[in-house]
Ligand binder design. Structure first.
Ligand code: NAD
Length: 506
């Protein structure tokens, strides 16, 4: 260990008993018909923190039937924007009320730091409020220039029953990027959280019930991709699948949905470059690079895991990032000082380590970290802040999602080479550029293949601005008005309002 800042275990009380989690189907809370459950242990503390009903075909089928019946009955899908907004605002207030409890469960199941979890829950409440505003302001178009006898209307309608399938890295935030927008549109939903982090999605279900959401409008089925996720991606009663997760599973979902031509919206992985030009403010860039790669222990689709730095400033920049990396407090996620918590599972930790070992075997060098670390009193599910230099574009560590606190450093000589390296991955989620010259920033923003581009900053996010990926990072957009449009169908109404139409048959 190289002078890292480690936060040891605190005396914070852990739960006496794991949280019991049930499915929410047709307005009722139920166990699985066969009684199956799955247990989740805290990645940082090793103790059981939730025991969730483990769904199968029976639960998935019942939830889909309930969502279909609720949609077709129309009491939500044909309700007014005002009524939908009122409910969404109530949910936001309830999230604020229960922020501490939701954040704590998130920490216990995911290993992320408590201060970060609290900020995520606060951000999620803001998304429910933003979606409420959209519910009242969405509208279609009218065409009054089609001649004296015609009026054209373009109506926006809810697409129908949607499956919302979410990952483990930001469980509450990501369902809040989907569900309030789907509900604002008038859709009904079947939600499947990750089997690793089901707790806070169930807590959200209880808040929806308390806010008065009609039975069956939202349903939650707990369980694994096989069979629950697969059924939610293929059942003919589902109209759309909105998925956030890995690119591999996204491709499977797309294939499963194609048999019934469901709409599919995919938020997938990333291998996001930050390109640093020689005229950049290196101190500001170094801090944003540390944030970009260590935030959420690097288990982040937006992880800035690939630095592409001009060779003239590479050494200076790496030295600054390494110095900051030693100061990033990691360890006990329940301690408010901690900024980097535990890795989600031992298998994932081994995968992260494998990328580092592979890069070293191929000729790269570890400038900092590069191994797991036992944190005082907390066990071994932590990985040191790691910097790997001498990375070449062909190495898996430069092309694939490591999903850990591991920074790869590549260098460039001119603008075109920087763009070629930035665009050289199969992914296209986000990208960043550091330069004091606004023309350099603008040229980069226009030529890089990414759904979001940050100039002289990293990973800011706003409810108003759409988010999504180019290439294998996905299709469709969340947030902003585009996030609502995803859940809407477009219907054209052509009205003859004057003289009768001329006869076709003479
Ligand atoms: P994952 O793809 O393994 O699982 C995501 C969800 O899909 C889980 O609920 C899982 O149970 C379910 N699932 C698994 N197999 C399925 C199948 N065959 N059919 C339907 N559902 C199935 O992803 P993960 O490991 O939970 O999350 C990490 C991944 O998510 C990373 O690749 C990350 O980049 C990505 N991610 C992307 C964004 C974004 O907005 N672009 C945000 C967060 C995470």
């Amino acid at each position: 260990m190289q002078d890292l800042t480690v936060i040891p275990a605190t005396n914070a009380a852990l739960p006496d008993a794991p949280k019991r989690l049930q499915h929410w189907i047709g307005g009722g809370w139920v166990d699985s018909a066969d009684g199956a459950t799955s247990e989740r242990r805290s990645p940082a503390h090793g103790v059981p923190v939730s025991v969730a009903a483990k769904g199968g075909a029976a639960e998935a089928g019942a939830a889909i039937a309930a969502a279909r019946a609720a949609f077709d009955a129309g009491h939500w899908s044909r309700s007014s924007g005002k009524d939908r907004a009122t409910l969404l605002l109530k949910v936001a207030d309830l999230i604020d009320r229960d922020r501490d409890a939701i954040a704590r469960q998130e920490v216990l199941e995911s290993g992320k730091p408590i201060t970060q979890a609290l900020a995520e829950i606060e951000g999620a409440a803001d998304l429910w409020r933003y979606a409420a505003a959209l519910a009242r302001t969405m509208h279609g178009d009218s065409h009054n220039s089609l001649g004296p006898d015609m009026l054209g209307l373009v109506l926006k309608e809810p697409i129908g029953v949607v499956s919302l399938i979410t990952p483990w890295n930001f469980p509450f935030l990501i369902i809040s990027q989907k569900l309030p927008f789907a509900l604002a549109a008038g859709c009904t939903a079947v939600v499947k959280p990750s089997e690793l982090t089901p707790g806070t999605t169930v807590m959200l279900g209880h808040l929806l019930q308390e806010a008065g959401l009609p039975a069956g409008v939202c349903n939650i089925v707990l369980g694994y991709g096989d069979p629950v996720g697969e059924i939610l991606s293929s059942d003919p009663r589902i109209d759309m699948v909105s998925f956030t997760g890995s690119t591999g599973v996204g491709k499977r979902i797309s294939a499963a949905a194609s048999a019934t031509l469901k709409k599919v919206s995919l938020e997938l992985g990333g291998k996001n470059p930050q390109v640093v030009f020689p005229d950049a403010d290196l101190d500001a860039a170094a801090d944003a690079i540390a944030f970009g790669v260590y935030f959420n222990a690097g288990e982040c689709c937006n992880s800035g895991s690939r630095i592409i730095v001009h060779e003239d400033v590479a050494e200076a920049l790496v030295a600054k990032v390494a110095a900051l990396s030693r100061r990033v407090p990691f360890g006990e996620p329940l301690d408010p000082r901690t900024q980097v918590g535990a890795i989600i599972s031992p298998e994932h930790l081994a995968k992260i380590d494998g990328y580092v070992r592979g890069a070293v075997a191929a000729g790269a060098r570890v400038a900092l970290g590069g191994a797991a670390l036992e944190v005082g009193g907390l066990g071994a599910q932590f990985y040191q802040p790691t910097i790997v230099t001498g990375v070449t574009p062909d190495m898996p560590i430069a092309r694939e999602e490591v999903f850990g606190p591991v920074l790869s450093v590549l260098t460039f000589r001119d603008f075109d080479e920087a763009i070629a390296l930035a665009n050289g991955a199969a992914y296209g989620l986000s990208a960043g550029v550091w330069s004091r010259d606004v023309s350099t920033c603008l040229d980069f923003a226009r030529r890089v293949q990414a759904g979001t581009v940050w100039t002289n900053t990293w990973m800011d996010g706003f409810a108003e601005l759409p988010f999504g990926g180019f290439k294998e990072s996905g299709q469709g957009r969340e947030l902003g008005r585009y996030g609502l449009e995803e859940f809407l169908e477009v219907k054209t109404v052509q009205m003859r309002i004057g003289a009768t139409r001329g006869a076709w048959v003479a």
